[in-house]
Design a protein around this ligand. Structure first.
Ligand code: ADP
Ligand code: MG
Length: 256
């Protein structure tokens, strides 16, 4: 495990919208280099949790520690700069841009020279752009997108677009990756492919992964620990086999 991967500690996080408590004092810890799943029925608060972690929503109360940093008071770009990258439940790519262009946008937070000096073709900016281009090529190969680099994202099958999203998040060189339903809407073959990819990311990069997923087979196969939410409350937390046989989890989510 990479010693620079911090622990994520979510403590007593509450999120209230007008008249609705979407998260009610939830807490869990993501150990460095582990895969941690958050599961629960629709409306349980899973995406809200990701939105708090990535700074899209502000918690009403509670704390989120990522190593020494307190995330709840930071805007999204500062959280991204700490190495927290996410994908969305619904694809959020630029459909007219090519796969390579979408991935280069993922590198943007790492670009020191910026677009002005790149536009002026300063040698340092040119060298930096070349380095980013090479890294994009590497990540595309890792995710199996080499043949698609020039294709506009909007023309790709849905399952491949989900892989582009993962690749774009990897282009941010994350230390914690938030994956919101990475296999939703995928066929069996695409699911297996994505599961293998997530395992490869964890094993080759050593980063932490927080995963929202409905597919219990995926969760059992991938996760080291599972947190179960129901109506904004944490109803269980622990190793997958324990959580799967917890009577309250079966009642609320898994069914008899
Ligand atoms: P999940 O991802 O587990 O299906 P969500 O986190 O999307 O659940 O939603 C949890 C609850 O919070 C739902 O009742 C949802 O309608 C509500 N909610 C989520 N985002 C907002 C928002 N921006 N404004 C008001 N209510 C919201
Ligand atoms: Mg959701």
């Amino acid at each position: 495990m990479d010693a620079s991967i911090p622990r994520l500690e979510v403590r007593d996080v509450t999120v209230r919208f007008a008249g609705l408590t979407a998260l009610d004092a939830i807490g869990f810890t993501v150990e460095p280099g582990s895969v941690h799943a958050v599961i629960g029925p629709n409306g349980a608060g899973k995406s809200t949790c990701f939105n708090v972690l990535s700074g899209v929503y502000r918690a009403t109360s509670g704390s989120v520690r990522f190593g020494d940093a307190e995330l709840t008071s930071l805007p999204p770009h500062r959280i991204a700069a700490l190495g927290v990258a996410r994908t969305f439940q619904n694809i959020a790519l630029s459909p007219r841009l090519s796969v390579r262009e979408n991935l280069m946008l993922g590198r943007h937070r790492l670009t020191r020279a910026g677009f002005v000096s790149a536009g002026l073709r300063l040698p340092s900016a040119r060298r930096e752009a070349v380095r980013h281009g090479e890294r994009v090529t590497e990540i595309a190969a890792f995710v199996g997108l080499t043949e698609r680099l020039a294709t506009p994202v909007g023309l790709l099958p849905y399952g491949v677009q989900k892989r582009v999203e993962l690749a774009r998040a990897l282009c941010m060189e994350p230390r914690l990756l938030l994956l919101d339903e990475p296999v939703a809407g995928m066929s069996g073959g695409e699911r297996r492919n994505m599961a293998e990819l997530i395992i490869a990311v964890r094993e080759s990069l050593g980063i932490s992964i927080l995963l929202v997923e409905h597919d219990m087979g995926m969760v059992m196969r991938l996760a080291d620990a599972v947190t179960v939410l129901d109506f904004g409350k944490r109803i269980a937390d622990g190793p997958p086999h324990e959580v799967q046989s917890n009577p309250e989890v079966i009642r609320a989510y898994l069914g008899a």
